[in-house]
Design a protein around this ligand. Sequence first.
Ligand code: AMP
Length: 209
Amino acid sequence: MMGPPGAGKGTQGELLASRFNVPRYATGDILRAADREGTELGQAARKYMDAGELVPDELIIELVGEALGAPAAMDGYLLDGFPRTVAQAVRLEALVRNTGRDLDAVVNLVVSDDEIVRRLSSRRVCSDCGTLAPTETLRTECPECPACGGELITRPDDRPETVRRRLEVYREQTEPVLAWYRESGMKVLDIRGTGDVECVQVRILAGLV
Ligand code: AMP
């Protein structure tokens, strides 16, 4: 799953992974969980994430390498938010080759910058477990995490000034990955990421089959 921050990679990725019954590896979620648990990886990643910068390639590649080498990934997997640099894409090629498989497709969610800023400024996540609060929850009188009852907060990197930096980083470092995949002949699906969640999912599925 590729696309700018707030394009819906997590939401659409979760639906796809459950439909195809494969694990979803979302590098951002893994890093945030590591941060909540206070691990060394989490501490190392945090300063980059809060500033809207990318975490160094080596840290991320190690993390993805471990995930793809696990038995759970034997029958396929969905990557969400990885690769984000051409160097990561090159390393992913090697990792995938080692598992004797190929990547099937890149799903690129296309959403305008205005829409991203709007979405991220209203996004709330649980401070305890990281669950993304659904819109219906936010409309209730006393919103709380639907999974654990925890407090809902704005993700530190969803603040407007950090969002602007994340968008710059996306243009500078991640868009070239899409060009790289197109040149290499990979199936890249450009999917309009606006409208109902279900409609976006239908567009993705239509492109995949
Ligand atoms: P996300 O939840 O996908 O929006 O990711 C949040 C943050 O985690 C990013 O802004 C980066 O700081 C970091 N991150 C997630 N995935 C990667 C990656 N593949 N490479 C480098 N940094 C990443």
